[in-house]
Design a protein around this ligand. Sequence first.
Ligand SMILES: NC(=O)c1ccc[n+]([C@@H]2O[C@H](COP(=O)([O-])OP(=O)(O)OC[C@H]3O[C@@H](n4cnc5c(N)ncnc54)[C@H](OP(=O)(O)O)[C@@H]3O)[C@@H](O)[C@H]2O)c1
Length: 256
Amino acid sequence: MTAQDFSGRRIWVTGASSGIGRATALELARRGGTVIASARSHEALDALVREGPAGRLAALALDVTNRQATQQTASLIEQRFGGIDIAFFNAGTCEYVDVKRFDSALVERVIRTNLLSLIYGIEAVLPLLRRSAHPHLVGMSSTVAYGGLPRAEAYGTSKAAIYYLLQSLRLDLAPEQIPVSIVCPGFVRTPLTDANDFPMPFRIEVEDAARRIADGIAAQKQEIHFPKRFSIPFKLLAMLPGFLYNRLAGQLVRSS
Ligand SMILES: NC(=O)c1ccc[n+]([C@@H]2O[C@H](COP(=O)([O-])OP(=O)(O)OC[C@H]3O[C@@H](n4cnc5c(N)ncnc54)[C@H](OP(=O)(O)O)[C@@H]3O)[C@@H](O)[C@H]2O)c1
């Protein structure tokens, strides 16, 4: 498969009503894939289908925090499209923690939407990927997974757990030749980051992110991290001794 060509691939993208998921769904459809787009917002999904190339996108609304609905959606895709080749579990949310009012309900919400949803998705999709001639599992983590950041006790924890989960899964699925890719973006301009109240170095546009993700999926990269001018320094930062890491990382994500 070339970087341009996803023809013949049936691709399930969650969180496709907005931001990175929406742009990636469009990019994959424009490169020839058949994309099944899921999220809760019916209207936004219908608009996506209208915007994309004719016949290449379909909408199936889903709340990814619902295990049963996730399984039903996977079954419906199999009935309508004959299977799934690539699953991109991208849906997510972000809430920051105020440590003075540490709230387990907030943490639970974020873990449920980001992490548990991915676990439900994996459970639903693995039997279908096993029946595909070209299976590929892709999950959305974040560069935040590389090291703890202030206020990220909920969001960062969910993304670090996703990173570990997908690394584990990669090892277990290797004998079955099912590749697993982890997507780790830095800052991308979307409604999610528009809500941030701190400086976001090297924030890139969502179309740029979508192209990088589609290229990474086509190349079956283990980790799709970008922009490199942000992700590589962050990886190096995480390797520093604790006292230095704390000093530098402690300055990030602080409200301006
Ligand atoms: N933007 C960044 O800089 C950045 C960086 C690293 C990682 N990420 C990750 O990238 C992913 C997409 O983020 P984004 O920036 O594109 O944010 P976004 O524009 O807010 O999009 C989030 C998507 O997730 C969907 N979603 C949220 N809760 C859902 C639920 N319960 N069921 C189904 N869908 C749900 C939303 O759809 P509905 O509301 O219609 O359900 C929407 O389509 C997230 O996992 C995020 O953590 C983003």
